[in-house]
Design a protein around this ligand. Structure first.
Ligand code: GRF
Length: 217
């Protein structure tokens, strides 16, 4: 019998790529049974590209500034992704809003991580907004991507405390530690066939997940 092919991932980044690194490390340690076949950034020169190269992963830059509009950028990006025939697309600090045409092309196969307890604080400056609101708890959410920004159904959430005197950087660092655990875990569930998106609802072991996703602790 031919060996079963390991699931293939493409990771999209725009920056430091610490979540990408968490995926690379999880694959190395065997907690994520998949391969990253390509990393695509919309920005040249970012640290995430160096992390990928160091691990021998193919990298590409598709600079959104070279395209007249969002639709043509997304088409080019989708074409580049399709060259890899990935099972799953991982948005890891990818700072572009994707068109619904893009999302539909890979329906149920795109995940994102967002540094808040969605549906609270979609968009930017989440840490500062949570602090300014006087929240005592913040966190991160892994979700399937739909056409709505940070609005797709939640897969898994992790909470962290907000301490008095925290600034946005301190809170972001605390949340990142959790991000690096829950994101590869969600991908592993998907890769082993435990997790899928059915009729817009994430199913884990054939049971619909609650609206806030699996609660990680
Ligand atoms: C993370 O906080 C992630 O939740 C958000 O962007 C940040 C990316 O960080 N979407 P990194 O590039 O993975 O270090």
């Amino acid at each position: 019998m031919p060996p079963t092919k390991r699931p293939q991932l493409v990771v999209l980044i725009s920056g430091s790529g610490s979540n990408l690194q968490a995926f690379i490390d999880a694959i190395k340690s065997g907690t994520l049974n998949a391969d990253i076949t390509g990393v695509i950034s919309n920005k040249a020169g970012v640290l995430g590209l160096d992390r990928a190269k160091k691990s021998g992963i193919a990298t590409e830059v598709v600079d959104h500034r070279n395209f007249p509009d969002r639709t043509s950028f997304d088409q080019a990006l989708a074409n580049r992704i399709e060259n890899y025939q990935p099972d799953l697309i991982i948005l890891a600090g990818f700072m572009r809003i994707l068109t619904s045409e893009f999302v539909d092309r890979f329906a149920g196969r795109i995940m994102n991580i967002h540094p808040s307890l969605l549906p609270k604080y979609p968009g930017l400056h989440t840490h500062q907004r949570a602090i300014e609101a006087g929240d005592s708890i913040a966190g991160a959410t892994v979700h399937f991507v739909t056409g709505e920004l940070d609005g797709g159904p939640a897969i898994i959430q992790a909470e962290v405390p907000i301490f008095p005197g925290d600034d946005a950087d301190a809170l972001a660092s605390r949340i990142l530690v959790q991000e690096h655990q829950i994101y590869p875990l969600a991908a592993q569930w998907f890769c082993e066939g435990k997790l899928s998106l059915k009729n817009g609802v994430p199913q884990l072991d054939n049971e619909p997940l609650p609206a806030s996703g699996f609660s990680f602790s």
